[in-house]
Write a protein that binds this ligand. Structure first.
Ligand code: ADP
Ligand code: MG
Length: 331
């Protein structure tokens, strides 16, 4: 069945089930003029939103509806985590072509509901309109953070370490594999493609790191180079990032040469890894390293004085400026 046969209200009825995972924080979810929420006393409220446009941010020939739904929520949860916070509620606005099958929207919401269930997040509302050209998705996430755990970009100090979670660059190379097409031929390709289509945001790790001493944090959505530049500028510090320390998966190292690039290039300038980069005092990191936070942690550099700039140190000790060259929409 197509959406034009079902209609807006019947669709919202379909969407409505299994949207509340934490009853205690919601007075009213989907079904009234506005959602009514019960914020935790003493917490700061976090709000973030992301718009995803078909053919700009996703391609339905390479991503399933379920994957798109999971990722659309995931990228927003990642932003909440990078503030040191816990995601609580999401609001979802969709503009859908009316010829789209109802099953597509149901599957899109199944992906969204899956990641919301995983992290105890409620879907509390949204808006549904028709679109003359392509699908547009807008996800807004509300989160909470205790004031002392808030992670600003401006919190880094000279002498601290720069640390990342996971491995970097996989998603960008996964996208190149998807664009090229016949990635199934290569046994190293599947995990790279998966990390692009269904990234695993560090939702639990963000607030854990914040309690364990991180001083500034960003999620890595536009490549490590861009993220460390943002932290360095906001904190008025310099940075030295050591290329030999950046964690690269064996799959990325196998695949990168196919595209005439190095694995390091993907890690620095590729997008959508949704790992975290943070700064932390060395003595605090020693304690953190003894805790299992459910993610690999790697020291990739150090915070220096602002006058030293933001430098990439090569294996032979030569340094060059580490410029922010991530994806930029209007270039
Ligand atoms: P209103 O006319 O008051 O804006 P709507 O008919 O647009 O109400 O929506 C009815 C209810 O369904 C509201 O609670 C709204 O938040 C929710 N809703 C509408 N579209 C969506 C959607 N795509 N996803 C989640 N909730 C939705
Ligand atoms: Mg409405």
């Amino acid at each position: 069945m197509q959406l034009e046969q079902l209609g807006e209200f019947a669709l919202i009825d379909l969407i409505k089930k299994d949207t509340i995972n934490k009853v205690d924080s919601v007075e009213i979810g989907i079904g009234d003029d506005a959602a009514v929420l019960k914020p935790t006393p003493g917490s700061l409220q976090l709000v973030t939103t992301d718009m995803l446009v078909e053919k700009v941010h996703f391609d339905l020939s390479t991503s399933s509806a379920w994957q798109l739904g999971y990722k659309a929520i995931g990228v927003n949860l990642s932003d909440i985590a990078a503030m040191g916070g816990v995601p609580k509620h999401v609001v979802i606005a969709i503009a859908v072509p009316k010829h789209l099958p109802v099953d597509f929207v149901v599957s899109l919401y199944d992906g969204m509901k899956e990641i919301c269930r995983e992290f105890g997040v409620n879907i509390v509302g949204g808006d549904t309109v028709s679109s003359p050209h392509g699908l547009v998705l807008n996800v807004t996430v509300l989160g909470e953070v205790e004031p002392e755990q808030l992670q600003r970009r401006s919190g880094a100090s000279v002498g601290e370490l720069v640390v990342v979670t996971g491995t970097l660059g996989d998603s960008g190379c996964g996208l190149d594999l998807l664009i090229q097409g016949d990635w199934q031929r290569h046994n190293f390709a599947a995990p790279l493609v998966t990390s692009h289509l269904v990234p695993k945001p560090q939702v639990l790790q963000g607030p854990m790191l914040a309690t364990l001493g991180s001083t500034s944090m960003n999620d890595i959505s536009d490549g490590l180079a861009s993220e460390v530049n943002e932290i360095a500028h906001a904190s008025h510090v310099g940075m030295r990032i050591y290329s030999s320390l950046i964690p690269l998966s064996t799959q990325l190292q196998a695949a990168a040469p196919m595209f005439g690039k190095t694995a390091l290039h993907y890690a620095l300038y590729g997008g959508e890894d949704y790992q975290l980069v943070f700064t932390i005092a060395p003595e605090q990191f020693k304690l953190l390293a003894q805790v299992d936070i459910g993610a690999r942690l790697t020291v990739v550099g150090e915070v220096t004085d602002q006058s030293q700039g933001i430098r990439l140190v090569a294996e032979d000790g030569q340094t060059c400026a580490l410029e922010a060259k991530g994806y930029n929409h209007f270039r």
